[in-house]
Design a protein around this ligand. Structure first.
Ligand SMILES: [Zn+2]
Length: 288
């Protein structure tokens, strides 16, 4: 498929088009749990290079609804140079297979993937569109449904408390138009999703966030969270750490008290500060 798109710059961004209810209706509904969105959003804040993961849950064939209830971070493929990894990401094949097995073992279905755009705007590149098409083809069911979506999160693209999030699906050329000679990438379509607000934040989710922070502590391309994310209108600056915290806060379960939310955010904040501090020590030690 990549060969068929030869001649196109794979990093070219293509803006998603909206579905129209009369001519091109969205093929299914998507409901995503707010804890799942929060978790992948945290992941997307932590690295200067693109990060990637799978989304899992349940496909309701009869109602045509994707229920996304879990996100599974994957290791990104090493060996691509840093500049390129700011603009693209591939899953490490071993990590990818291991995660897919975990998802199946939990009785869930793979329903999508997510990745970050740390430097790009929140729209798919041609490479993203081709990857999405590959996934849709891989997960196509016997009734020709393609219940698989791509989420893109651009955590530092805007000057707002929450990250930019896009959910897309590709309207693929089918039939004869799909042969090698005439194949072009499909049209990325903007998927409208419903955020299902979780009631609680399970202990397992807090532990998953902790493990994520721990993994990225020693990641060579980790974001320095004390750096500026954006400037406010009054010229004061917001650090990447505070950007992450306010994004997390916006996705917290409705039933949690302010004290509970503050306690979790304080834990995340101090972990990030500690990791920045350790990083600084390592850099200074190398200079000596
Ligand atoms: Zn991308």
């Amino acid at each position: 498929m990549l060969n068929a798109a030869r001649g196109l710059d794979p990093f070219t961004i293509i803006n998603c088009e909206p579905f129209t209810s009369n001519r091109t209706p969205q093929p299914f509904q998507i409901k995503i749990d707010s804890n799942t969105l929060m978790f992948m959003d945290v992941h997307c804040h932590l690295a200067k290079t693109e990060v990637i993961g799978y989304l899992a849950g349940r496909w309701d064939f009869n109602e045509k609804v994707l229920h996304v209830t879990q996100a599974f971070p994957c290791r990104a493929l090493e060996g691509i140079d840093t500049l390129e990894r700011e603009k693209t990401v591939e899953m490490d094949p071993d990590s990818e297979m291991a995660i897919r097995n975990i998802i199946t073992d939990q009785g869930l279905s793979v329903l999508g993937w997510y990745h970050s755009h740390p430097v790009f705007k929140c729209e798919p590149s041609i490479r993203d569109i081709l990857n999405q098409q590959n996934y849709q083809t891989l997960f196509r069911d016997s009734s020709d449904n393609e219940p698989f979506v791509g989420f893109i999160i651009a955590p530092y693209e805007n000057s707002e408390k929450a990250s930019q999030v896009r959910c897309f699906w590709v309207s693929q050329p089918r039939g004869e138009a799909r042969d090698e000679a005439t194949f072009q990438h499909g049209t990325p379509m903007l998927v409208d999703y419903e955020l299902v607000r979780a009631n609680t934040l399970p202990m397992q989710m807090i532990e998953n966030v902790r493990l994520l922070l721990e993994y990225y502590e020693n990641f060579t391309q980790r974001q320095i969270m004390s750096q500026t994310a954006y400037k406010q209108k009054n010229k004061s600056t917001v650090s990447k750490r505070n950007k992450l915290l306010s994004s997390m806060r916006s996705n917290m379960p409705s039933s949690m008290t302010a004290i509970q939310i503050d306690a979790i955010l304080e834990f995340v904040s101090s972990s990030l500060q500690e990791a920045d501090h350790l990083h600084e020590l390592v850099i200074n030690a190398r200079r000596c």
